[in-house]
Design a protein around this ligand. Structure first.
Ligand SMILES: CCN(CC)CCN(C[C@]12C[C@](c3ccc(C(F)(F)F)cc3)(C1)C2)C(=O)Cn1c(SCc2ccc(F)cc2)nc(=O)c2c1C=CC2
Length: 403
């Protein structure tokens, strides 16, 4: 577990569902075009496991510093002090627990984030009986990500051999890609719309890889790991697949639904709609659930969400009162209230209450649109914003001159 600061111990909450949760990393294809995700899954109970750091290695802190426009040296020490000792709230490489066919969720991270930062959401889903793949995007929107080059290909100084993850072959050398800020004079719309298309392709490739794994195809994990992927054969329900994402990852949800009908529904957490071309909206036929924070949204962004409203396709929106944009990623659990307020990681609402509402509303929506036979329907009222901390729709007034 993480540090405990002050009276209440901090740390990313564990899943509340009936299953113990395991986690492991998969990279297939060592190049930048490869697929890279963290898998969260129901595992055998009481698995002993070597705990893994929540932030896998220092390059991610460096990337975060670049993203936050902070100096790397200073911020690496701050991030290490604040967040360096947190472990993921799951059993690393624990044995998979076969139990029928689990529904599947593909999760897409936000701008400046990466695959490990939404473990509170992914662990909760896995504890409730989902298999969740949190992809790491290589579109230069992640704070940092890595892939490999053949030794012969690169003249870069070679990294010291790592303790957390190692490539299968010692002919491969790690290559790091960091967050690419917008260049002066560069069109943000062009950059972001190209990135959202790449992000959707990466989510679809991750899904195709899970389909291969489910069919029993052997998988070549570039990362050395003891996890036995063959155990997942015939354990995923390829008719019950959803896509979920935060902010830029929320836009990626819409792009995925448009491109891949295997995604039966989408959940967009505080979606950032800017990168999307509205021309694709009519071709999105699946149910969508927008779960917004009170503080992040603005009229233009909400108006674009409303362009996806439909009389025939379920399109729902709720707003979590007192929540901020950072109420969805894990950081919201890792500082006390006042540091959290200063860093904009906390709103007025208690982070655990906000996360529980988001997770329970999501589970109820997934039960409805993946036709699950669980008891998540107990939270159907949350989909309509029926809770003291929720409102249906949005808090944003859409005063628009009648066009
Ligand atoms: C300052 C520079 N400027 C960059 C363009 C704006 C930076 N910014 C606001 C921030 C992220 C913030 C943050 C992080 C992390 C700590 C920490 F201390 F906990 F590490 C603190 C404070 C700084 C709040 C956002 O970009 C918000 N945002 C995000 S934040 C996703 C994220 C990133 C890193 C994380 F560690 C966790 C979550 N994802 C999106 O898809 C979109 C937006 C905006 C539009 C689309």
């Amino acid at each position: 577990m993480g540090n405990s600061v002050g009276q209440n111990s901090l740390g990313i909450p564990r899943g509340k569902g009936p299953h113990q949760v395991g986690s492991t990393d998969l990279m297939v294809g060592h190049t930048i075009q490869g697929t890279f995700f963290r898998l969260y899954y129901p595992c055998q109970a009481e698995e002993g496991s070597d705990e893994l750091n929540w932030i896998p290695c220092r390059e991610y802190f460096n990337g975060l510093a670049d993203f936050m426009k902070m100096s790397r040296a200073l911020s690496e020490r701050i991030f290490n002090f604040l967040f360096g000792s947190y472990k993921i709230p799951a059993a690393w490489n624990a044995s998979f627990k076969p139990d029928g066919k689990y529904p599947v969720v593909i999760f897409s991270h936000g701008l400046g984030a990466f695959r490990t930062l939404y473990s509170a959401i992914c662990v909760e889903l896995a504890s409730q009986g989902f298999i969740v793949a949190a992809v790491e995007h290589r579109d230069e929107s992640a704070s940092a990500t890595f892939y490999y080059k053949e030794k012969s290909e690169t003249k870069q100084s070679h990294h010291a051999p790592r303790e957390t993850f190692r490539p299968v072959s010692d002919n491969l050398v790690e290559e790091w890609m960091y967050y690419r800020p917008l260049k002066t004079g560069e069109s943000e719309l062009l950059l972001r719309s190209n990135q959202v298309k790449q992000r959707a392709d990466e989510c679809i490739r991750a899904l195709d890889l899970l389909i291969d794994i489910n069919s029993g195809k052997s998988v070549e994990n570039v990362l050395l790991s003891e996890f036995d992927w063959s155990k997942l054969k015939n354990c995923m329900d390829m008719c019950r697949i959803a896509v979920m994402g935060h902010s830029f990852g929320g836009a990626t949800v819409i792009e995925c639904l448009c491109k891949e009908v295997k995604f039966k529904c989408g959940i967009a957490l505080d979606a950032w709609m800017f990168p999307l071309e509205e021309e694709i909206f009519p071709s999105v036929k699946q149910p969508i659930f927008f779960i917004n924070s009170e503080k992040f949204q603005w009229a233009g962004n909400i108006i674009r969400m409303k362009k996806l409203d439909s009389a025939v396709i379920p399109r729902k929106m709720i707003t979590v009162l007192g929540a901020v944009h950072q109420s969805f990623p894990d950081f919201t659990f890792l500082t006390g209230h006042w540091v959290g307020k200063i860093l904009k990681l906390h709103g007025e609402i208690d982070p655990h209450i906000a996360m529980d509402l988001c997770n329970r509303a999501s589970l109820a929506f997934l039960q409805q649109h993946l036709s699950l036979e669980k008891d998540f329907n107990q939270w159907n009222h949350l989909i309509d914003g029926k809770d003291v901390h929720l409102i249906p729709g949005t808090n944003i007034t859409l005063l628009q001159s009648s066009i």
